[in-house]
Design a protein around this ligand. Structure first.
Ligand code: XIL
Length: 354
C-alpha cells in the first residue's frame, strides 16, 4: 500500500491494519464486534490494558466492542452505592479512540449480580429503587458513548415463561419491571438503542415466540425498546439454526433492529486443546453462513463474536470438553473461521443466504 510520506509511524500502522481487518470489509450498516475480555474483577487484569497485541487486533478488526463482564452489575457496583467505572471506562475510551461503538451489557439479568443484592434482605421497593438508580447512573454516565444497551438479558425460560425464580429483579418486582427498566434507560440516554437479549432464540420455538410476543406488546404500549439480540452460542454437535433468517426477519417486521450479540461456535477439543481439521472446516462454514445471514437480513446491525482468542473464551470453562469457539488461536493466528468471515464480508452479502 502507499503510505503518505511524513505520516507518523503509528498512523501508518493503524492505516495498514484498518485496511485489512474484518471491519474494513463490512458494509457501514453491519458492525463487526468483539467481546472484550476481563478477568478477576479489576481493570488491571484486562488484556486490553496489559497486552499491546490485543489492543492492536481489537482496533484493527472490530468496529463494535461489548464488555464481556465489565458493565455487569457485580463489576460496576460491587458495594452498595459504590460504583467502580475503571474497567468500563477503559473500554469506552478505547472505543472512542478507535471509532468503535459499544454495546453495554447488561442492566437486568439473573447472573453476576453482586452478593449484596442476591444475599441482601431488600424490600421490593428498595430493590426497585436500587435498580432505577443503577440504570440511571450507568446509562447516564455513558450517554453518547455507549450506543446500545442490552437492557434485559436472559429473562425467559426455554418454555417461554419469565425466569422469576432465578432472577432477583423479576422475582421481587414482577414482569412490570421490564418496561420500567427500558423507560429508565431511555430517560438516561434518549439516543441509546435498547435491546432485549437471550440465548437459544436463534430458531423459531417457544422461547423466541415468547420474546416476539413480549417485544410486540412492549412496543404497542409505547415502551422504548429498539432491538432484539440473539446471542448465538452455537454447538457444532447440534444442527445449524436453519431458520435464523426468517426468525430475525419477523422481529424486523415489528420495527426492531436485530443483532447477533455473542457468537461462538464450539466443538469437541482434541488432546492438544484445539479442534480437529474437520471441525475447523465445519466451524468456518457456520461462521460464514451466520455472516451472510447478518448481511442479508434487513435491520441486522451487528455481528459480535464473544471474544477474540480461543484461549480467553468462556466456553471451555462452561462447557467442559468443548472449546476452540472463536476466530483466532491463542497466538493470534487466524483460524479458517476468520478467513471465512472475511471472505463472506468481502462478498458483501451478494450470495444468496444459505
Ligand atoms: C459470560 C462471560 O463470558 C464469562 O466470563 C462470565 O464468567 C460469565 O458470563 N450469556 C451472556 C454473557 O449474556 O454475559 C455470558 O458471559 C455468556 C452467556
Amino acid at each position: 500500500m502507499n503510505i503518505p510520506t511524513g505520516s507518523p509511524a503509528g498512523h501508518q500502522r493503524a492505516d495498514e491494519q484498518s485496511q485489512g481487518g474484518l471491519r474494513a470489509h463490512a458494509p457501514d450498516r453491519l458492525r463487526i464486534g468483539a467481546a472484550v475480555a476481563g478477568y478477576g474483577r479489576t481493570a488491571t487484569t484486562m488484556p486490553l490494558l496489559t497486552a499491546a497485541r490485543y489492543r492492536q487486533v481489537l482496533a484493527a478488526e472490530f468496529s463494535s466492542l461489548t464488555p464481556e463482564n465489565q458493565t455487569k452489575w457485580e463489576w460496576l457496583q460491587p458495594a452498595p452505592g459504590e460504583f467502580d467505572f475503571a474497567a468500563a471506562d477503559a473500554i469506552v475510551d478505547f472505543a472512542a479512540e478507535h471509532g468503535q461503538h459499544v454495546r453495554g451489557h447488561t442492566l437486568l439479568w439473573h447472573n453476576q449480580n453482586p452478593g449484596w443484592i442476591t444475599g441482601g434482605d431488600h424490600s421490593p421497593e428498595e430493590l426497585r429503587r436500587l435498580l432505577r438508580t443503577h440504570i440511571q447512573t450507568v446509562v447516564g454516565r455513558y450517554a453518547g458513548r455507549i450506543q446500545h444497551w442490552d437492557v434485559v438479558n436472559e429473562i425467559l425460560d426455554d418454555d417461554g415463561r419469565l425466569r422469576t425464580e432465578q432472577n432477583p429483579w423479576l422475582g421481587a418486582l414482577g414482569p412490570e419491571i421490564i418496561a420500567d427498566a427500558f423507560t429508565w434507560a431511555h430517560d438516561a440516554d434518549p439516543d441509546a438503542l435498547l435491546f432485549g437479549n437471550d440465548f437459544d432464540v436463534e430458531r423459531h420455538g417457544a422461547k423466541s415466540d415468547a420474546w416476539y410476543a413480549l417485544l410486540r406488546d412492549l412496543r404497542s404500549q409505547g415502551v422504548p425498546v429498539h432491538g432484539f439480540g440473539v446471542q448465538g452460542h452455537l454447538d457444532m454437535s447440534a444442527p445449524f439454526p436453519e431458520d435464523l433468517p426468517q426468525n430475525l426477519k419477523r422481529f424486523a417486521d415489528l420495527g426492531l433492529r436485530t443483532a447477533i450479540t455473542e457468537l461462538d461456535v464450539r466443538g469437541p477439543v482434541t488432546g492438544e486443546g484445539g479442534l480437529s481439521e474437520e471441525h475447523l472446516d465445519q466451524q468456518a462454514d457456520w461462521y460464514a453462513r451466520i455472516t451472510r445471514i447478518a448481511l442479508d437480513v434487513p435491520g441486522c446491525e451487528s455481528l459480535t463474536p464473544w471474544g477474540v482468542l480461543d484461549e480467553q473464551s468462556w466456553v471451555p470453562g462452561w462447557f467442559p470438553g468443548t472449546g476452540g469457539a472463536l476466530l483466532l488461536h491463542g497466538d493470534y493466528q487466524p483460524k479458517p473461521a476468520y478467513h471465512a468471515v472475511r471472505e463472506a464480508l468481502a462478498a458483501g452479502g451478494q450470495r444468496p443466504t444459505a
